[in-house]
Ligand binder design. Structure first.
Ligand SMILES: [Ca+2]
Ligand SMILES: [Ca+2]
Ligand SMILES: [Ca+2]
Ligand SMILES: [Ca+2]
Length: 354
């Protein structure tokens, strides 16, 4: 135990070497309005929150300690931290699903996070057995809802009503098992552009894509959208993301290969209008490689097209801007010192944290 404390203190000291941005600290102190560019936020195992503020042209300001939260990133305890608009304040908040099945929500006050509030009524999140919780806006009201994907093939939804979560209820059952370890990716994206995030799965060696369209309080039966040739393989470094890379208001599906190529299937709202290689970026979605490589989707220049950010294991962030039909050569956007290895001391999020 003493060794753990020493180790954590060493990590905290190492992390505090990140340079302080006095301009940002002043802006935060003055209660500056929310910035247009998405920020990066890093939650540590000590409960500290660090922010790298988004600036113009896809760049980030120096990472700064924003403060402490009442919960910490705790990979060894199978707790799961989530970012989203959980409360109606216009900023990205944090939530935590703990190993006891309790949901805790920490409001983003703009210059600090409030004490986490338990919203445990009816929740039964079980992150210990491989179930996964996804955050997204399923009913299109602007507030982030929670979806639990069960390895059994069940999908449960907890809608967010003005900042309070309803009890989880089963909205899909009897689906093919969601086998995360076996090359199956599941996530959210508004495939048809109706404002409600849908459920998408990429699975199998042929890259079969399935689409469960959101009805606002559940999902329609699956529609087959594949095969795509896309692949999800955590160990080999193949990753899947959704985002509106083409800028037509409909979520596309991205496959990052182990060779650092970015392939995109562009959505036309009911299927795919094109499928191709959007660039050899050298980006890796390989959270288990080294100290962890992670790719984030965010519109960094506000042109309506989602871009890619790659956080390397060394804490560097690279930005690849979408042109609508390809990704531009990556530009180094910052050194943050952040990392995002699932078993490491830090977890990093993208969002509007100010
Ligand atoms: Ca919602
Ligand atoms: Ca939709
Ligand atoms: Ca699109
Ligand atoms: Ca963009």
């Amino acid at each position: 135990m003493a060794g753990d404390v020493k180790c954590q203190t060493a990590r905290a000291k190492a992390f505090r070497r990140a340079p302080l941005s006095s301009a940002l600290a002043l802006a935060v102190a003055l209660g500056a309005p929310a910035a247009a560019q998405p920020d990066l936020l890093c939650l540590t195992d000590l409960g500290q929150v660090w922010i790298a503020p988004g600036e113009t042209n896809g760049l980030f300001g120096a990472s700064t300690l924003l403060g402490d939260t009442s919960f910490a990133h705790d990979a060894s305890n199978h707790q799961q931290a989530l970012a989203g608009s959980f409360l109606p304040n216009g900023r990205t908040d944090l939530a935590m699903v703990d190993r006891g099945g309790q949901l805790l929500v920490a409001e983003n006050l703009g210059d600090a996070f409030a004490e986490a509030v338990a919203q445990s009524d009816g929740f039964d999140f079980d992150t210990l057995n491989g179930d996964v919780v996804l955050a997204g806006d399923v009913d299109g009201d602007g507030l982030t809802d929670l979806i639990q994907i069960r390895t059994s093939g069940d999908v449960e939804l907890a809608l967010n009503r003005d900042g309070l979560f309803e009890a989880l209820r089963v909205v899909l059952s009897g689906q093919a098992p969601f086998d995360f370890g076996g090359g199956s990716w599941v996530g959210l994206g508004d495939h048809d552009g109706d404002g409600r995030e849908d459920l998408l799965r990429v699975s199998g060696p042929e890259g079969r894509i399935q689409w469960w369209r959101s009805t606002g309080d559940g999902f329609e039966p699956a529609r087959e959208m594949g095969p795509s040739g896309f692949r999800f393989d955590l160990l080999a470094g193949w990753g899947i993301r959704t985002g509106d890379f083409s800028g037509n208001g409909k979520a596309d599906v991205l496959c990052l290969t182990e060779f650092g190529e970015a392939w995109v299937m562009v959505s036309n709202g009911a299927g795919w209008e094109s499928h191709g290689n959007w660039g050899a970026l050298g980006f890796h979605d390989a959270p288990l490689k080294g100290r962890g490589w992670t790719v984030f989707v965010a519109d960094m220049d506000g042109d309506g097209r989602d871009d890619l950010l790659c956080l390397t294991e060394f804490g560097d962030v690279w930005w690849a801007r979408s042109t609508g039909s390809a990704f531009a050569p990556p530009v180094r956007a910052a050194w943050t010192g952040f990392q995002s290895h699932p078993a490491g001391p830090f977890q990093t999020f993208v969002g509007r944290f100010r």
